[in-house]
Design a protein around this ligand. Structure first.
Ligand code: ADP
Length: 457
């Protein structure tokens, strides 16, 4: 597999190589266009100076030796065919005889300027006799030709070595920096990828310890947040499933048990009726549970619903009171209400579910001879609907939890009443979807008030 790391390192080194080559080509062109001529011109001047000076010397040979010692490679030839080299020796000593002839006859030789183009910038260093400048001079009546080039080896002083080393160290250091830098860049990505793999295997117990202030740090931060949220959702999902299974399992067991009992021939009529009643209650409970689960999933799918219409809340409340009149009478609970007509914008079926849940709770968790009071307060932009009962009430610790799914307060007080613990979580979800809020105020053994506040539009 080609890792991000190797790709990054290879790309960077390729870029370095490429820029070196381009840099070399540019400086090569510059060398051929400008430096070569300039170099030839300068050396030609020096050579002419040498020749001029040579003429005045008593001892030409020793003069040339001294001159060469100051950093030049010389080749001298005279018309009688005598040739001599001074200073560092040339690697290639060939030089066309026409060239020698020409210079002896008084011409100058521009070997540096005309040195072949193919040799790149390295031509500058070519230690060849053709890579020289040649000047004529006359010494004691005899024609001479002087060919010279600076002795590059001598010119390569300590400074050049220092510069050379500097370049080598720079190259090595930048390669090391690329290796380390890319590792630092790639490491957090590797951590992220292994954390993602864990999450794929449903392990949400991961936390990335990447403390950087850059984009990768931000990514790691969002990743941690996302995993924490996913973990929570996963926990909720698991507890939801276990709650649902439990709530389906227990009525089923009861139904199984009582049907088996009903098979017995020795049962009295009262026993039979009692068992049938239990089976009847348990099927009711299951039917209610599945209905509420269905409502919950529909609500989740709807998310931010759009199909709002004008809902006459007062009419809905009156309809529900009418619907439960028989239960209120049976439990001898009095309902008082003073309802002016109020319209809010929302989903009528959902809002109906809210009022129905709140009213049936107020009936279920009420005391015999208790009462329920319904009020509507209309404000400029919102409407408040309150359900106040004189029932069993809620302990302060319970009040924070009643909107959670499957939560049912103190078993000792509620186990006699039917319920799934889903009603209020449905209520809360619907009110949230309508952009409203719900508050609860309750005193244990005295009563409870639920206040729903909905925006009108
Ligand atoms: P359910 O009524 O099916 O148990 P809900 O979600 O409607 O589920 O209510 C959750 C819990 O809140 C109830 O079990 C009950 O303990 C408590 N509760 C709800 N309404 C009232 C109320 N009016 N008075 C006292 N307790 C209430």
């Amino acid at each position: 597999m080609r890792t991000l790391y190797s790709k990054f390192v290879i790309t960077t080194i390729l870029i370095m190589l490429f820029s070196t080559i381009v840099g070399f080509m540019v400086s090569n062109t510059y060398y051929h266009q400008t430096v070569k001529q300039e170099n030839d011109r300068k050396n030609m001047e020096i050579a002419k100076g040498m020749a001029e000076f040579a003429v005045t010397q008593d001892n030409l040979d020793s003069y040339l030796k001294h001159t060469a010692a100051s950093g030049y490679q010389l080749f001298v030839i005279n018309s009688s065919g005598q040739e001599k080299f001074y200073g560092g020796s040339f690697r290639d000593k060939t030089l066309a005889s026409e060239v020698k002839e020409k210079v002896l006859n008084g011409d100058v030789y521009h070997g540096m300027k005309n040195f072949p183009k193919e040799t790149f910038v390295t031509g500058f260093f070519a230690n060849e006799l053709t890579n020289t400048v040649g000047v004529p001079f006359t010494y004691q009546g005899e024609s001479y030709a002087l060919f010279m080039r600076p002795n590059i080896e001598l010119l390569f002083s300590e400074v050049h070595f220092v510069l050379g080393w500097m370049i080598i160290v720079m190259v090595i250091l930048s390669i090391i920096a690329v290796l380390i830098g890319s590792r630092m860049l790639v490491n957090p990505i590797r951590k992220l990828s292994s954390a993602t793999n864990k999450v794929v295997e449903e392990d949400f117990d991961v936390h990335l310890d990447i403390n950087r202030k850059d984009e990768i740090g931000q990514l790691a931060g969002s990743f941690n947040e996302m995993i924490a949220r996913l973990g929570e959702l996963d926990k909720m999902r698991k507890s939801f499933i276990s709650n649902v299974s439990h709530d389906i399992q227990s009525p089923l067991l009861n139904i199984q048990g009582y049907t088996r009992l009903l098979e017995s021939n020795t049962l009295t009529k009262e026993d039979k009726d009692a068992y049938i009643q239990v089976i009847h209650d348990e099927t009711n409970r299951m039917s209610m549970l599945t209905k509420q689960l269905l409502v919950l999933t529909t609500l989740e799918q709807k998310g931010n619903f759009r199909n709002k219409e004008m809902v006459d809340v007062t009419a809905q409340l009156k309809e529900i009171i009418q619907k439960y009149r028989w239960l209120l009478d049976e439990k001898e609970i009095a309902v008082s209400y003073s309802l002016d007509e109020v319209i809010v914008s929302g989903d009528p079926d959902m809002l109906y579910t809210v009022w129905e849940n709140l009213l049936t709770n107020a009936i279920k968790y009420n005391c015999p001879d208790g009462s329920i009071e319904l009020t509507i307060i209309e404000r400029q932009s919102e409407v408040e609907i309150a359900f106040q009962d004189t029932g069993i009430g809620l302990a302060p610790a319970e009040q924070g939890q009643i909107f959670e799914r499957f939560y049912r307060a103190d078993d000792a007080r509620t186990r006699t009443t039917e319920g799934t613990g889903l009603g209020l979580s449905i209520v809360k979800q619907i009110i949230d979807m309508h952009g409203g809020r719900i508050n609860v105020r309750s005193v244990l053994d005295e009563g409870t008030a639920f206040n729903v506040i909905l925006p009108k539009m």
